[in-house]
Design a protein around this ligand. Structure first.
Ligand code: SAM
Length: 242
């Protein structure tokens, strides 16, 4: 992709949770997404089992979805908006947990990562341990069936997870609605939700999160131009719970 920042292959999974999936080919549903294995837990379990093995053998932490810049962009925003370092932060679908590591290194002290893949949580635990960080909470948890204990967060972060859920072959529309409900339950009043997506445009995300959330800020992402058209391959938005 021209921007140098895009959804990537997910540890050799052979395709991004990305624009490529938003295909008019195959049998797209009414939301325009072709259902994909990328929306299933089996897929992510296989990805992180493989990445866990690679980490054990070579110390390679694996894929950083949307690249380093996507993490810096979020941390810069938190810094600019003076989010206190002890604010509670939830990373939804943390994957290898590398973003949690970055947050902790920056000084955030109350951070939690969840993922429905036990291998992802095992991998992030191993990476966090290797980094010598001890105050990060990790939990195997399906965001669509979130424990009520996971509530009262000041900031929730999603980098590629809503994208993955949108590709679920089994009633993704309902799952997206459930995601918005779960998010609402996890955030405290006026809490912030930072989403990075390569499947959804700004306008579509505004629509998806119109109930209970309002746009606080759009974060700049690289633009590309091709054939006289220009656009962004990644959308990064900050919502605030109303
Ligand atoms: C595209 S990866 C992004 C990983 C990580 N956020 C990053 O930026 O590197 C999507 C992640 O969402 C997780 N995920 C997908 N659906 C989920 C769900 N319902 N509950 C919790 N985690 C989920 C997957 O296991 C995977 O780790």
């Amino acid at each position: 992709m021209n921007s140098g920042e895009c959804c990537s292959g997910g540890g050799g999974s052979g395709g991004g949770v990305g624009a490529a999936e938003r295909s008019r080919r195959g049998s797209p549903r009414e939301d325009g997404f072709a259902p994909s294995a990328l929306g299933t837990r089996e897929h992510w379990d296989a990805v992180y089992e493989r990445e866990l093995q690679t980490f054990r053998e070579y110390g390679d932490t694996g894929e950083i979805w949307f690249g380093e810049e996507s993490m810096n962009r979020l941390i810069r925003w938190m810094q600019k908006r003076k989010i206190p370092l002890d604010a509670s932060v939830l990373d939804i679908g943390t994957g290898n947990g590398v973003f949690l590591v970055e947050l902790a290194k920056f000084g955030f002290s109350n951070i939690t990562g969840i993922d429905y893949s036990p291998s992802a949580i095992q991998l992030s635990g191993s990476i966090i341990e290797k980094e010598g960080l001890s105050n990060i909470k990790l939990k195997v948890e399906d965001v669509l069936n979130l424990s009520t204990k996971l509530s009262g967060f000041h900031v929730c972060i999603d980098k590629g997870t809503f994208d993955a859920i949108s590709l679920n072959p089994d009633n993704a529309i309902e799952k997206r609605k459930q995601y918005v409900k779960s998010l609402s339950g996890a955030l405290n009043a006026k809490g912030f939700f930072l989403i990075t997506s390569c499947n959804w445009t700004k306008e579509e995300l505004l629509d998806e999160f119109s109930e209970g959330f309002e746009l606080f800020e759009e974060l700049p992402t690289p633009t590309f131009s091709f054939g006289g058209r220009s656009g962004n391959s990644v959308t990064a938005l900050v919502f605030q719970k109303t």
